[in-house]
Design a protein around this ligand. Structure first.
Ligand SMILES: [Zn+2]
Length: 67
């Protein structure tokens, strides 16, 4: 998956909006309910959108995604 800036649209999910549990592809760990985070939507494949910890998203260039 290409998570480069040009290939995805991102949106910040506010803590009150985070009502489901997600697994962050950056670290493979859960994003707990109530934690603000980033949703990254591939422009060419919106179905493959993923939820990331904000820190993992910002650091994805240095630490390749685990899944
Ligand atoms: Zn993470």
């Amino acid at each position: 998956m290409d998570w480069s800036e040009d290939s995805v649209e991102t949106r910040f999910v506010q803590p009150y909006e985070a009502v489901k549990l997600y697994v962050c592809p950056g670290c493979g760990r859960d994003i707990a309910r109530g934690v603000g985070h980033v949703v990254a939507v591939p422009r060419l494949a919106p179905d493959l959108r993923r939820h990331w910890h904000k820190g993992c998203w910002n650091n994805r260039g240095n630490r390749p995604p685990v899944n």
